[in-house]
Design a protein around this ligand. Structure first.
Ligand code: T3D
Length: 263
């Protein structure tokens, strides 16, 4: 946005809210937005206890800013390998590795890497009128930002291939039915509900959420035996945490726990 920030960042009560803010370009991802996102996510690990990602205007995010990679008038083809190495891959890795729950509120359209960015988050809500598009086929690319990893694992081969090859738009309700998002909610309630979840997660057992993310992510690539060992190791560490002591004490005292997320 000329004169404005491409990413609005606000931190309140442990929730770091990140709003993609290029509404005139449907929040297409350009270099500036990437670097602001990465910087904000780096900061998140320093004090926030939950992250909320959303978009401003009539779209969540339409993926790569195609104006930035317009091949017309270039003598050389663009180096997309480098683009992925420097931007999309670190972004997805950062979200997945962030030791905090990441809530995503999708309104309007989420296309290309914009859709897969949403699917990389931990708790995804979408407005009932939202729609998801892979869109990569339209410009001759493979689904990136983890799409080829997440889609077949989440929705199965037939649906993943069908969706990607037909280029159909997926409604929020269908995305929910397929298990790609947590919930489709009434349009007017989207932000409020996402904020409520983010606030609730920010008051939760942060270390347990981090361990849960770690274990869930590891499960995609290892045997039950190794996963059981990992659960043991994580539980061993969590059993020594103040939040575990507080959680059990609160249960015994029939009161709400006051988690600090501390070590
Ligand atoms: O570097 C690499 O290429 C590798 C990485 C790839 C990752 C990817 O994400 S590839 C996929 C890129 N995204 C797309 O191909 C989606 C392109 N957009 C669309 O197909 C349509 O905009 C939508 C179907 C999403 C929405 O259509 P509609 O009719 O609601 O809106 P619109 O009129 O097309 O768009 C409104 C404005 O946003 C328009 O600008 P203008 O003409 O008013 O100045 C349009 O150009 C702009 N816009 C939309 N998408 C993009 C974009 N500008 C730049 N990049 C975009 N991706």
């Amino acid at each position: 946005m000329p004169g404005g920030r491409s990413l609005e960042v606000e931190e309140r009560d442990g929730v770091l809210s990140l709003t993609l803010n290029r509404p005139d370009k449907l929040n297409a991802l350009n270099r500036e937005l990437f670097s602001q996102l990465m910087e904000a996510l780096d900061r998140a690990a320093g004090g926030a206890r939950a992250v909320l990602i959303t978009g401003s205007g009539r779209a969540f995010c339409v993926g790569q800013d195609l104006a930035e990679v317009d091949p017309r008038g270039r003598s050389e083809p663009p180096d997309l390998g480098r683009t992925l190495t420097e931007t999309y891959n670190p972004l997805v890795r950062r979200i997945r590795a962030l030791p905090l729950p990441v809530v995503c509120a999708v309104q309007g359209v989420a296309a290309g890497a914009g859709a897969n960015l949403a699917f990389a988050c931990d708790l995804v809500l979408a407005a009932r009128s939202a729609r998801f598009l892979q869109a990569f086929d339209r410009i001759g690319l493979v689904p990136d930002s983890g799409g080829t990893f997440t889609l077949p694992r989440t929705v199965g081969w037939a649906r993943a291939m069908g969706w990607v090859l037909t280029g159909e738009a997926l409604s929020a309700e269908r995305a929910e039915a397929w298990g790609l998002i947590w919930k489709a909610v009434e349009d007017d309630h989207l932000l409020g509900e996402a904020e409520t979840w983010a606030a609730q997660l920010a008051e939760g057992p942060t270390r347990a959420y981090a361990a849960t993310k770690q274990a869930m992510a590891a499960a995609a690539a290892q045997s039950l035996d190794r996963q059981l060992d990992l659960e043991r190791d994580l539980q061993d560490a969590l059993g020594r945490s103040p939040d575990y002591a507080e959680g059990v004490a609160a249960f015994m005292e029939k009161r709400k726990p006051r988690f600090t997320g501390g070590h």
